[in-house]
Design a protein around this ligand. Structure first.
Ligand SMILES: C[S@@+](CC[C@H](N)C(=O)[O-])C[C@H]1O[C@@H](n2cnc3c(N)ncnc32)[C@H](O)[C@@H]1O
Length: 250
């Protein structure tokens, strides 16, 4: 089975496909949106099965365009949105985040949790800027060093897997350099990683391996996830997802 199919199978049943929480999304909403009753056009890019898109639809007076390149995740999102009575507020689009078919200044808010790394933070905030109205707000979470120094083992791991990892101050400089005004930043707490993401993922490993007859591809995928989890447990004081809220300059 092709590796992407395995990745989909491992993650599709998760309430979320990356670290985060309802509380963190709400906290970011409070920084980004001063009045929840104002009508908004929102794009949620790399939305997965809809953890944030559905919450945004529930809490804001907004039309949400939920984008992911995996139609299987969007199918799950639409089923959940139906069940929760918010499907009239969510439009899904199966598309790469690197070639979004939207018009300039289409959105008041661009939201993206745990996904911009797929095209790189700097590239993403540059490319997505044209989609925001002047004064519109970008909310994006990004792997971030939370201290100025860290042990070589975790530095090497992230340098290999995502060399663009940096401190919050370096990310804010990138935002400023590309015409955004940083409004707020916070780091996700441990529960966003462990209780909400890694533990449910680990609980699915055995059934996943059984479904795939312990193939070498499935076993390697689980091993890579286990390594990431163990590095998080060992080095969690040095990195997290940072949530960046920034306004596009006029
Ligand atoms: C770590 S998951 C985060 C999902 C969701 N935002 C969440 O927090 O649960 C990253 C998501 O980005 C999507 N993705 C990866 N590369 C993409 C691309 N080039 N274009 C669009 N979506 C992409 C994946 O399918 C996945 O759903």
């Amino acid at each position: 089975m092709e590796n992407m199919q395995l990745v989909i199978d491992l993650h599709i049943e998760g309430a979320r496909q990356g670290p985060g929480s309802r509380q963190a999304t709400e906290r970011a909403i409070d920084f980004a949106v001063s009045d929840r009753s104002i009508p908004l056009e929102v794009a949620d890019i790399g939305c997965g099965t809809g953890a944030s898109a559905i919450l945004l639809a529930q809490l804001l007076n907004a039309n949400i365009t939920a984008v992911d390149f995996l139609p299987q995740f969007l199918d799950v999102l639409r089923t959940k949105a139906d069940q929760l009575g918010v499907s009239d507020r969510i439009t899904t689009l199966a598309c790469s985040m690197e070639s979004l078919p939207f018009t300039d200044e289409q959105f008041d808010v661009i939201w993206s949790e745990g996904a911009i790394y797929n095209m790189g933070f700097e590239n993403g905030i540059q490319q997505w800027k044209r989609l925001l109205k002047a004064g519109g707000v970008l909310v994006v979470s990004e792997i971030t060093w939370t201290t100025a120094q860290r042990p070589l083992e975790i530095q090497d791991y992230w340098d290999t897997h995502y060399p663009e990892i940096g401190t919050a101050s370096s990310k804010m400089k990138v935002l400023e350099d590309h015409g955004y005004t940083p409004l707020a930043y916070f780091a996700l707490g441990e529960e966003c990683w462990l209780e909400n993401y890694y533990q449910p993922l680990q609980e699915r490993f055995q059934q996943f391996l059984a479904r795939h007859h312990h193939s070498s591809e499935a076993t390697n995928l689980v091993a890579a996830e286990e390594r990431e989890i163990s590095l998080f447990q060992q080095f969690r004081q040095y990195f997290s997802y940072g949530v960046y809220i920034a306004r596009k300059n006029s």
